[in-house]
Write a protein that binds this ligand. Structure first.
Ligand SMILES: Cc1cc2nc3c(=O)[nH]c(=O)nc-3n(C[C@H](O)[C@H](O)[C@H](O)COP(=O)(O)O)c2cc1C
Length: 252
């Protein structure tokens, strides 16, 4: 298992070889074995294989080609709809229309997604997460007919890899681990912890292509800008509210 985990790389090009139903079933079972809050399983997994639906999803995932290419597109959703229906049918009054419940369900969905990713990789498939799920959640809701109480949280594309890219870099473990209590970072710590990342050939190439001075600027000015972050934050908060997760008892 550690080898499997340590060899993970996101796959963005897929062969046309289909994934068998038996294998898909195995991966889905493994997804449902993830830890889940109170054993409630407040998530749903939408498996999309239909080319027309995949084409519509491709549009809203910023036309990332792997959405059309990979045989499987798996949308993981925070889902209190099923649980609420169960409660009401069993004379129980659900109180899950608040942000805490959204976080609970989103956490469940993400844990199921990562189990799914590991099970897929263990069986020779490649995967890639799609962060674009939360950028265009309202359109995904429409395409996949998601009812009230269901919010898409993340997507995995999966299939047989067309190539095997190299491992990407990571910060040294000491950068992200704190023993006993949080120890804040000095400028010297940051210099040391980011040195390797900043000296990669890939970094140099990116800086040249974008005429920027630092790698951090690639993130703040190109990849994840404040303007985009605020725009998509508002959109996603509206989705969370519309899908019934913002009754937080704060009056009004
Ligand atoms: C929540 C999440 C969203 C992601 N979204 C995208 C995406 O939309 N497109 C993409 O090409 N990669 C996406 N990725 C993959 C990351 O870019 C990738 O995991 C990271 O660069 C590290 O590379 P590795 O997975 O090959 O180790 C996403 C990863 C995560 C965890």
């Amino acid at each position: 298992m550690p080898d499997l985990i340590n060899n993970h790389r996101s796959i963005r090009r897929y062969s046309s070889k289909p994934v068998s139903d038996t294998l898909l079933q195995e991966i889905l079972i493994a997804s449902t074995r993830a830890s889940t809050t109170g054993n409630m399983q407040v998530y749903s997994i939408i498996v999309t294989t239909d080319p027309l639906l995949k084409e519509r999803l491709w549009e809203v995932h910023f036309k990332q080609d792997m959405v059309k290419q990979a045989p499987l597109v798996l949308t993981f959703c925070a889902d209190f709809n099923r649980f609420n229906i169960w409660c009401r049918l069993r004379k129980a009054n659900p109180g899950y229309d608040n942000f805490l419940s959204y976080m609970t369900a989103a956490t469940d969905a993400l844990l199921a997604a990562q189990n799914c990713a590991l099970a897929a990789e263990e069986n020779g498939l490649g995967i890639c997460y799609l962060g674009t799920t939360i950028y265009n959640a309202e359109k995904i809701i429409e395409i996949l007919d998601l009812p009230h109480g269901v919010v898409p949280v993340t997507t995995l594309v999966a299939g047989h890899p067309a190539d095997l890219p190299g491992l990407t870099d990571r910060l040294p473990v000491e950068a992200v681990v704190h023993f006993e209590k949080y120890r804040d970072y000095t400028a010297q710590d940051i210099d040391r912890l980011y040195a390797e990342k900043e000296s990669l050939d890939l970094t140099k190439k990116l800086l040249e292509e974008n005429s920027l001075e630092t790698l951090a600027q690639i993130f703040t000015e190109k990849r994840y800008t404040k303007k985009d972050n605020q725009f998509f934050s508002q959109k996603y908060l509206e989705v969370i509210e519309r899908q019934g997760f913002m009754n937080n008892g704060t009056g009004g």
